[in-house]
Design a protein around this ligand. Structure first.
Ligand code: GRF
Length: 218
């Protein structure tokens, strides 16, 4: 399979973006970094990407009359940069059906829960309110409904007595930084395909390999 030309879309801190960049730079992920794009000029991740020598672009959503024209501008920026695969990494805008269709099975996202449980915002607060004992994070292909789409990889994280939103978010985020590069690596190796809205991964060992992280300490 051809080497991926990757665009990463962010809106803020960009810690998952950094994990993906690290994975590419350390040779774990066989992909070129074509562009880091943000809808917010103040996104902290932009500085890191620029320091890492990656092309960056800001497209403020407020400059556009509607979502379709904003998504059109993103699409043009991706095409101009030569990107053929998109990673959403804390990108906080809802994307339109047309854009999602155009990037179908070429766009993935990370969400800080074990989907399909707890899609949407305020995830950790809702996890704590529900009293579940195990949460985690999920990397999935993007479909139109928020935080849906074929699941590529998941990591389980315990909810501990005494956790608050911040401590749980921290523990899950640590897992995200390992899971996202692992999932992208599987994609870059050409081992992930979508069959009937389920992601199938070629050559996974019986323990789930890179698609499954279940040891909280490991
Ligand atoms: C992460 O928790 C991610 O799962 C969610 O948004 C957060 C982004 O954090 N989609 P960062 O910008 O990657 O640090």
């Amino acid at each position: 399979m051809a080497r991926l030309k990757l665009a990463i879309l962010i809106s803020g801190r960009g810690s998952n973006m950094r994990a993906l960049i690290g994975g590419c730079r350390e040779g774990q992920i066989d992909a070129d970094l074509a562009l880091v794009l943000s809808n917010k000029a103040e996104a902290a991740g932009l500085g890191h990407a620029a320091n890492a020598g990656i092309a960056t672009k800001v497209i403020p959503h407020g400059d556009f009359p509607d979502r379709v024209s904003f998504d059109g501008a993103i699409d043009r920026a991706l095409t101009t940069a030569g990107a053929d695969f998109v990673c959403l990494a804390g990108f906080m805008r809802l994307l339109t059906p047309g854009f999602i269709a155009r990037w179908r099975d070429r766009m993935i996202n990370i969400h800080p829960s074990l989907l399909p449980a707890f899609p949407g915002l305020d995830t950790h607060r809702r996890v704590l309110e529900a009293g579940v004992r195990i949460t985690g994070c999920t990397v999935h292909f993007v479909r139109f409904e928020t935080d849906t789409g074929p699941i590529i990889a998941q990591a389980a994280v315990p909810v501990l007595p005494g956790d608050d939103e911040a401590s749980l978010a921290d523990r899950v985020l640590g897992r995200e930084h390992r899971l996202y590069p692992m999932a992208l690596r599987l994609v870059a190796e050409g081992r992930v395909r979508v069959e009937g809205e389920r992601a199938v991964i070629d050559g996974l060992p019986a323990d789930g390999g890179g698609a499954l992280l279940i040891n909280p300490a490991g």
